[in-house]
Every structure is written in structure tokens, then in C-alpha cells.
Design a protein around this ligand. Sequence first.
Ligand SMILES: [Mg+2]
Length: 427
Amino acid sequence: MTFNSSRRSFLTKSALAGVFAGSALSSFGQGLETAVERTPMSSKPSDLKITDIRCGYIRNGHSLFVKLHTNQGIWGCGEAVDATPGTYHLVKMMGQRIKGKSPLNVHRLFEDVRRSGFFEGAQAGMYVSVLSAVETALWDLVGKALGLPVYQLLGGKFRDRIRVYCDTGTYRDNDKSPDNFAKSATDAVKMGFNAVKYDIDERDDPNKYDLYNWTASPGELERMYNQIAAVRKAVGPKIDICVDMHGRYDVTTGRRVAKMMEPLNLLFLEEPIPAENAEAYRQIREASNTPICAGENHYLGHGFRRLLEIGAVDIIMPDLQKAGGLGEAQRIANLANLYYVPFAPHMVASYLGAMASSHVCASVPNFLILEWQIYFHEDPMFKEIVTFDGPMVKDGFIPLSEKPGIGVEINEEGMKKYAPKDVPFFV
Ligand SMILES: [Mg+2]
């Protein structure tokens, strides 16, 4: 019996039962059967089985791309970042744990792999990052099998386009002058962005007295303020400005910077201190009106529970290519929503990760803004390693893909030349 006829027979039986109950047909009519029958069936999802997992890396292993293959010729793509160098065998091990299974039970497979790794570090770090790529590939696969975009699988969308802030990439420039910060901001606004981000932690700042002590000197504080004040002056009051400190300072400095930035009306101040201590975050949050944001180095829902419970941050920013994947990201966003905390994901992935993140951002009410990288526009690698239809970004928003799955594919041929030579590539 085919899946199709099974469904028809189930519906017929249900309808008959409804006749006896005297209400089902009048309640649902033929509409239900017609709607279910119209759902794309070309990939016979009931027989769909995972047959192989393959992967490739770029950026010295800091970007992992996973492809899940099946017995029906369709595949799913996923991506993980940052906590991924050296994880080739971990990818293969997770593949063994899901091989032969149907990809349709995404939450169950995620939970199977997570639980099977309790003693292998499944609480955070590399294990969870790799799992994020695998889980994302499962969603892509299911979307393709059912003919639906991932946001639809996640319960539908609140919005058709995803607002992004542009990380301006000034961290790569040698010129750290306020004028250069201001120029990059006006350039981004000319490109259509209505929000920008800047890094103000500078390891090589000559005003720094000690590389290990985390208290910023008066000279460093002045440099930070002047850089962001120049941006505010250049873009005016209506453009949002985000500022990142990369967790490289202490509570004293975090409080000072948050207070100092108040007149500049930031959208958020990101990671003034390292990720581990939620109580320390709360001290900074309570010291000023500048919204405090953290989360790119937190993992799974567990990593965000304490932050939210004690009111440690104003905004959470899980990295969806790191924190546990798309389903876990939606659970984190929904948890934050109970505390009326906005969800503003971190994103340093390729355009595959950007669109995967966008599906989650579309699916939750408390989405605020998603990170976008100027490197998509400057570095040809990011266009060569994926294939997709349509513009990546338009007027500061990502148009949400309506294609089955994520809507962006790995381009193995394009990616190959950027892959590390000493790691197997999609074999
Ligand atoms: Mg950051």
C-alpha cells in the first residue's frame, strides 16, 4: 500500500466516523481531504531514509557544511560555525547515529543525537555546533521532501522579510579612526541598511597597558566613544547602531561603557564580558539604560535559561549555526518571549546559514533583527560556495525564501578551492 492510499483510506475512515457522529463532514467537508491530497508526495516521505552524511570546511575549519543524503536522491544542507575545526570524525559519528532513519522526525533525531552525547560534551561547544549543522540539514531535507519552506515546518511565519543589521567589517581595517567608522556607516546606509554594527575591542590599542587585564584605560574608553559618536553623527538619529565588545572586558569596564554610550542610543551593547557569568551580566545591565545583549557563546536552551530567569540581558542573540540548530533556536526564542525579551540572532555563517536563520526569525513573534555581514558583498567566496535564486538582501531585509527547504544550496564545486587540503571534502 502506498503512502498516498494509506492517507486516503485514513481520511475516508475518519469521514465515515464523522458521518456517524453527525458532524465531521459538515465541519470539514471535502476540503480537508483535498488539502491533504494536494500536499506534494513526489518524494514518498514515508520511505525516505538517511543513507549518508558528508561534509566540507572553509575558513580554516571554522565553517562546516553538512550534506545529508537519502535513498530517494534528495539531500539536505546545513551549516555550523566557530566551534567546528577538527570535527570531521564527529560529523561522521553523528551520521552513523541517524543513518537508516527517516529524517521526518527532526526533533526526535536531534534529541537522539544530543542524548547519545551526554558524556561526549553534548552540553555545549563543538558537539552542539556540529549537531546544529546536522539538525539544520534535517529541516532542509524535510522541507524538500514535503515541498514546503522550512518556516512553514516551524509553524508558519510572522513576517515575509527579515530585518538585518550590517556588520561593517571595520575590524578588518587598519584604519580605526572615527572618520573611517563614519564612512563605513554612511556606505552601509547607502546600500539600504537601517542598522549597523561595530567592534570596539582592540587588542592593539596603544592606550592599552596590559593584554591580560580586562579593565579598559581612559584612553581606550575615549577611543571607543569617539568611534561610535562619529557613527551616530554620520547616520543621524534614525539608524540603529549595535556595538560589540567580544567578551574581552570586565564588569567595571562593561558598566562604564554602557553608561558612556547612553547618549548615543544604541540598539544594543554586545558581550561586554565573557559569556559564563549571568550574574555579572545583570550587574552591567542594571547600571545603565543601554540595552545589553549576549548569547553567541551560549548553547542550547539550557544556556539561555539563567540569563532570562535573572534578567541578565535585555536581548538574546543565539548563533543558530552553533546553539543547537533551528528547532532549538525556536525553543530559545519562545522561552525569551515569556520574559518579553527580543530575539536578535548572531550570524557569521554563509548565505546558507543566513537563510536558515531567517526561517526561524520569521517563525517567532519576538524577532528583533538578524546579523548580516558586509563580506557577502565584498568577498566573492560567499557567492561561489552556495547557489540560490533572487537577491540575498534588499533594502536592509532578507526576502524570506519560499522554496522547499531552506532555499539555499551548497555548491561543492565552488567551495572546493577554499577547503583545507588536509581534511576530507564531501566524501
Ligand atoms: Mg559578537
